[in-house]
Design a protein around this ligand. Structure first.
Ligand code: SF4
Length: 473
């Protein structure tokens, strides 16, 4: 996948000027927020469950080697095979090898962000194997040759008109005069098209929301049932998962599932929650003959023991991006790689480097909403600050930003001068405003005022107000 994170500012400017995208973002976001709020309100122990979720993940990360080895041993015991992959290249090769050994020409796929991270589709296509996305959102973006813009709703950036136009363009064998009166017509057409692909596939690839160490199972949640058909109909099932997906027990998994569905889609539980343990056993009516787990590190183990370890608690619910004002304004593609929103602003620099992804931790209002809704209490703003510090230490910011920060630090260490300078700045802004409440543009701060007005400071400076309150005490 091409990385455009270094061009975040240009991507964001384009996104803000795209009326179609703005319409889609506005509609989809509101629905997610309302449904989550209602689901949380229905569960009095939700806050306690968040603590439990955080603790389960912390415990697992503290003993990650043990739980991964236990998981692998139990997969093998159930007749499956585990492929340990340190890098994206190793994972791509492992998937290709399994597909080749199965003689695969067509591969169906359930929604999987790790597959996007590894570039599985492009790799299979380059070797003559046709991947077919079966999640409805993934299916349409595959038709459009795009990447997901959201981790649970890949086509978050599209409107109904886009769907209709793309289906007419891609499904040329169908009646051109057919009518798409409702969303259900789109679903029916996609279902009919995908049903043929499910039956033709030699291999099915899914992600995994969780891996359970004590049973050697992989778990996926979907609302469309496509994951079940992907993993049970073909002869071979590949579960693609990154190492932090492992949890110790079935009970731990269920606690996290209760958090996941409510935080993601506002459901008490997802429509389909499927546990896979090994391949088909004698007497089973269905299921794959071969079951493989491709277990991927790709930079995660380097996060262990650093200030970014807590990011590995993420259960990919997307609540942080659904509530993020920056994501809500610019959409997922602006972030320029696989993972958007606040979780992407922390994870992306960890996986592809802060030199490429330095804009992302800066693309935050620091309102703190992401942390407050995160079901496993990941301190996202704190970690974004860590990335800013690293960026500063490595001299990755533009010279002007570094000079301004140095100037600010110089004044901040000299309180008298700082107070004088802030008073002078406030006076200057008021003078420039000439009685208006806000400045539509400001020399030396055009980047800030190009998209919004700068409110003119009202009343006393913070320090003057603070001093006055202290005196009144
Ligand atoms: S960081 Fe938290 S809120 Fe965001 S996707 Fe991960 S688990 Fe969900």
């Amino acid at each position: 996948m091409q990385v455009t994170s270094p061009a975040f500012k240009d991507n964001a400017a384009r996104a803000l000027a795209d009326p179609g995208l703005q319409k889609a973002l506005g509609k989809a976001k509101g629905a997610f927020l309302q449904r989550r709020a209602e689901a949380v309100a229905r569960l009095p122990e939700f806050e306690a469950l968040r603590d439990i979720g955080r603790d389960i993940k912390n415990h697992t990360l503290a003993h990650l080697d043990f739980y991964l080895e236990t998981f692998a041993a139990n997969v093998e015991r159930a007749g499956g095979t585990v492929h340990w992959c340190r890098t994206a290249e190793e994972a791509r090769e492992a998937v290709l090898k399994i597909c080749r050994e199965a003689g695969a020409r067509t591969v169906t796929k359930g929604k999987s962000m790790i597959s996007e991270e590894l570039g599985i589709n492009a790799h299979l296509e380059a070797h003559g194997i046709r991947p077919v996305e079966t999640d409805l959102g993934e299916y349409i973006i595959q038709l459009r040759r795009e990447t997901p813009s959201h981790i649970i709703a890949p086509a978050f950036h599209l409107n109904r008109e886009d769907w209709e136009a793309d289906f007419r363009r891609a499904h040329t064998d169908l009646d051109p005069n057919r009518v798409f009166a409702e969303r259900r017509d789109i679903l029916a057409e996609a279902r009919a098209k995908l049903r043929q692909k499910f039956l033709a596939a030699d291999v099915g690839i899914t992600g995994a929301n969780f891996l359970i160490a004590e049973t050697g199972s992989s778990v996926i949640v979907t609302n469309e049932g496509n994951g079940d058909l992907t993993q049970t109909l073909p002869r071979v099932h590949i579960a693609l998962a990154s190492i932090e997906k492992v949890v110790p027990t079935l009970e731990d998994c269920v606690s996290l599932l209760r958090l996941l569905a409510r935080s993601a889609t506002g459901q008490d539980f997802s429509v389909y929650t499927t546990f896979s343990t090994g391949g088909r056993r004698p007497g089973d009516l269905d299921g794959p003959q071969e079951y493989h787990v491709v277990l991927v590190d790709n930079g995660r183990s380097e996060m262990i023991g650093t200030e970014f370890q807590e990011m590995l608690r993420c259960i990919r619910c997307a609540a942080c991006m659904n509530h993020c004002p920056v994501y809500g304004a610019v959409g997922g593609h602006s972030y320029g790689w696989v993972y958007p929103g606040p979780m992407g602003s922390v994870l992306t620099p960890s996986l592809i480097g802060v030199d490429k992804a330095g804009h992302l931790p800066n693309a935050s209002t620091f309102c703190g909403k992401c942390e407050s809704v995160c079901p496993v209490k990941i301190p996202l703003p704190k970690m974004m600050r860590h990335w800013r510090e690293r960026e500063f230490e490595r001299h990755l910011q533009p010279g002007a930003a570094r000079t301004n920060l140095a100037l600010w630090a110089w004044f901040a260490k000299r309180p008298e001068l700082y107070r004088l300078a802030t008073r002078a700045a406030v006076a200057a802004l008021r003078l420039l405003a000439r009685g208006r409440g806000a400045l539509p543009s400001l020399p030396f701060a055009r980047g800030w005022t190009v998209g919004r007005d700068l409110p003119v400071p009202q009343g006393r400076t913070f320090m003057a107000e603070y001093a006055a309150r202290q005196r009144r005490k």
